[in-house]
Design a protein around this ligand. Structure first.
Ligand SMILES: *Cc1c(COP(=O)(O)O)cnc(C)c1O
Length: 384
């Protein structure tokens, strides 16, 4: 029996290897900045979502260390059972100011947020309208809810409009979209979606994982589109990308946040984030709110790299953000290109199916990249 059991999974793994879809873990043996070493070899890191370089910011690290001294390491319990601290509360207050929202709640990760909050909002008789390129955690969140799911064409407001208007719904209509698409780098047409949701009395759930600290002078997608945080909008974001920390948040009306606190399983049944992590997110968020120079630098570097990709004639997406893919027809070509980049000490791994349909090298740009590092990227890209 046990032999057979292993055979099943060995076969599955073999199939992955044959299709060049087998994945393996790379562990970094240096600090995870823009210069990293993997097995002793030095690379310039173009694979990190640490868009502002805040994971290495001295004040952020210091705040975290102070919190460990005060509160210890683990939080010991879920938030509702006494695992939270005054730092958790302070961060939630800061998030309300950041998003100009009535209330907010910290979740343990972006993945947890989407898989817990979406099933809290969407019930039987509801319909979720979801962009075909939404993040896997949104897809899983939708699966966990009892609502009907309707997938609309990527970023296509006409398709969404048609689907919403033609659907009969006994319950709530809920539109869910990434603000910045994590693998293509394009931005959802949020102004149009906002208008549509308002007119159709639909809820709008925005996953601002890659918009937080990046769009709207760092304040996120709504600010980018000059929109207000209305009561029909739920904004989710993470501390794990531009804020250089870990964890996630959801902002919205007091009633909704109160409901999430009382119903979201990933919030109720999971140990609270440690105070040290929450403190670092707080310190990073303060920096983003008070000092625009990091976000400015990020965009300067982003435009530089997009310019390089275009001038070299490399195939990319309709990217408008620091997520800059180089598209390949074939996984083997993409893997070969990634190895060529590695030979030039550029770390930029291949993203393969099922994460994306079309294979690509996904470059991410950071404010922490130095001019000579972007120059090295350009030289390496010329070899492709
Ligand atoms: C990364 C990401 C998540 C998950 O966030 P984690 O904090 O890494 O769990 C959710 N949604 C989107 C769009 C993401 O890119």
């Amino acid at each position: 029996m046990s032999e057979k059991f292993f055979e099943i999974f060995e076969k599955k793994l073999e199939m992955l290897r044959e299709k060049y879809l087998y994945r393996s873990i790379k562990d970094i043996d240096s600090k995870i900045g823009m210069e990293i070493t993997i097995h002793g070899k030095k690379f310039i890191n173009f694979a990190s979502n640490d868009y502002l370089g805040l994971s290495q910011h001295p004040a952020v690290k210091e705040t975290s260390i102070e919190a460990i001294k005060l509160f210890g390491i683990g939080s010991g319990a879920s938030r509702l059972l006494g695992g939270g601290t005054v730092i958790h509360k302070k961060l939630e207050e800061l998030l309300c100011a950041f998003k100009n929202s009535q209330a907010s709640l910290i979740l343990n990760s972006g993945y947890t947020a989407n898989t817990s909050i979406i099933p809290s909002i969407a019930e039987e008789n509801d319909i979720i309208f979801t962009d075909e390129l939404n993040h896997a955690s949104i897809i899983d969140g939708c699966r966990l809810s009892r609502a009907e799911k309707v997938i609309y064409k990527h970023g296509d407001i006409d398709d969404l409009n048609k689907l919403i208007k033609n659907s009969f719904c006994k319950g709530k209509k809920i539109v869910i979209t990434d603000t910045v698409f994590s693998m293509d780098g394009d931005i959802a047409p949020i102004s149009d979606i906002y208008e549509l949701c308002k007119n159709e009395e639909a809820l709008l759930y925005l996953d601002d994982a890659h918009g937080t600290g990046v769009l709207g002078q760092g304040f996120g997608a709504l600010k980018h589109f000059n929109l207000n945080s209305d009561s029909f909008i739920i904004q989710m974001g993470t501390f794990s990308k531009a804020l250089g920390s870990f964890g996630a948040f959801v902002c919205g009306s007091s009633t909704l946040i109160d409901w999430f606190t009382n119903s979201s399983r990933g919030f109720i049944f999971s140990t609270a984030l440690p105070a040290s992590i929450v403190a670092s997110a707080y310190a990073s968020l303060k920096i983003v709110m008070q000092d625009g120079s990091f976000v400015e630098k990020l965009w300067e570097n982003t435009y530089k790299v997009i310019g390089i990709i275009k001038s070299l004639g490399l195939k990319t997406t309709n990217t408008q953000t620091p997520i800059i893919p180089i598209i390949f027809e074939d996984i083997k070509d993409a893997m070969h290109a990634s190895r060529l980049l590695q030979d030039s000490n550029i770390y930029a791994p291949v993203i393969r199916p099922p994460t994306v349909k079309i294979p690509r090298i996904r470059l991410t740009v950071s404010a922490a990249h130095k001019p000579e590092e972007i120059e090295a990227l350009e030289q390496a890209l010329k070899r492709l």
